[in-house]
Every structure is written in C-alpha cells, then in structure tokens.
Design a protein around this ligand. Structure first.
Ligand SMILES: Cc1cc2nc3c(=O)[nH]c(=O)nc-3n(C[C@H](O)[C@H](O)[C@H](O)COP(=O)(O)O)c2cc1C
Length: 211
C-alpha cells in the first residue's frame, strides 16, 4: 500500500456555532464524555507539547486526570524532560485525537504545578506498583539497562512496603487554557473548526476557522 493513497472521508458528525457550548470547558467535557461512552481506546490520552530553552518543541503522551474551571490536570515526574522544559517555559499545548469520532481538541495555555495536597491525594489513589514505579523510574534519564528499573522497584518496595510516600519530584501540573480549538471532520475536507480565545474582560470569543 502506498501511504500517499491512504485517505478517509469524515462524515460522522458536525460542529456548529449554534450547537456548541459558549464555554469551551463545557464543550470539551461533553466531547470527552462522548469519547469515554463510545469506548474509543484511551479516550483520556493527550499529547503534551512543551518548548525547551533551545526553543525546540517536544511532545509526549500523558493522561488527563482532572478538569474543572481552573484547567486540565495530569501527573508526571517533575525532573523529566517535560518537567524541566515547563520549569523554564510554562507555555504548553495539549491535543486530543479521538480517531473513531473524527474529532480533535487543541488547547494552549499556561502551566503551573497543582498543590501538594492535590498531588498527594492522586498519588495515594494509585495502585501500589504505580506508586513504587514513581520512585523506581528516574524518568527521562539514561539508564544502563532494564535491570536498573527492576532493582530500583525491588529496593523501594522493600523500603516502603505497603506505604510509599509521594516522591517530592512527582506530582501534577495544571494547564490553564487561553485558547481552544475544536475540530470535527466533515465531507470533502470541509471540516468544522471552532476556536475559542479567552478575552481580557472574561468570557470567550468563538470564531470559525477555515479547515
Ligand atoms: C497512553 C500513554 C499514557 C501516558 N501517560 C503518562 C502520564 O500520565 N504521565 C507521564 O509522566 N508519562 C506518561 N506516559 C509516558 C510519556 O508519553 C513519556 O514517555 C514520559 O512521560 C517521558 O516524557 P519526557 O521525557 O518528554 O518528559 C504515557 C504514555 C502513553 C503511551
């Protein structure tokens, strides 16, 4: 198969100004719930883009773990590449692609760490092996081999037994959205795109973009 010949017509739904919610967080919540109830694989997976001090962007997939009017939350290792890049430059972008629903959501904004209390609460809700894993993995560092992880997991498992505390270098980030884009695939490449931009006086400007 020639990859240049791979194409698909998008015809499942539409997104109109009248049917979309004036509050983009509510529109997003509706689409996320529809992705979950449609049983698409990993509906909560999103691509996170950050920019390093060399001004080069990088991306990786993380899982959304919370959302409210303050923004969108995920958890990670603060010493990881993404953690270091966010420490130097808090502007970031998120993207969800729900393939089966022919939908994309793009979110741009400013990132800050969540409170220690929020990180503690989420950390302690995780399964034990994930909590030990947070200690065992020096995320984004070069390691000699897989045996390093296995040895670290055994070491921290023996040290903390059933009660590992949250590592100080592990916790949540929250992206406060300043701009959203909702993309719904349509026939003949005439897709629907609605952009929401935060306004200085509060509220959101909703505009249609050409696909
Ligand atoms: C579906 C999926 C979900 C993931 N969720 C997370 C997550 O929530 N937090 C995290 O730190 N890494 C997560 N990862 C791993 C990241 O994609 C990435 O490998 C890791 O965070 C290191 O990224 P960095 O070196 O750019 O900091 C996930 C990977 C996949 C494929």
């Amino acid at each position: 198969m020639n990859i240049a010949d791979l194409r698909k017509s998008y015809e499942k739904a539409e997104l109109s100004e009248s049917a979309s919610h004036p509050d983009p967080m509510k529109q997003f919540d509706q689409w996320l719930q529809e992705a979950i109830s449609s049983e698409v694989p990993e509906p909560n997976a999103m691509t996170l883009a950050t920019v390093g001090s060399d001004l080069r962007p990088s991306t990786r997939v993380v899982l959304i773990k919370g959302l409210d009017e303050r923004g969108i939350v995920w958890y990670t290792n603060y010493h990881s590449r993404k953690g270091q890049e966010l420490a130097g430059n808090p502007f970031a972008a998120l993207q969800f692609h729900w393939v089966e629903l022919e939908r994309v959501v793009r979110i741009e904004g400013v990132v800050e760490k969540v409170s220690d209390e929020e990180s503690d609460a989420y950390f302690h809700s995780r399964p034990l092996d994930s909590r030990i894993g947070a200690w065992a993995s020096p995320q984004s560092e070069v390691i000699e081999g897989r045996s390093v992880l296995v040895a670290n997991a055994a070491k921290y498992g023996a040290q903390f037994l059933l009660r590992p505390p949250r590592p100080p270098h592990w916790g949540g980030y929250r992206l406060k959205p300043e701009q959203w884009q909702f993309w719904q695939g349509r026939k003949s490449r005439l897709h629907d795109r609605l952009r929401y931009t935060a306004q200085a006086e509060g509220g959101w400007l909703r505009e249609r973009l050409a696909p």
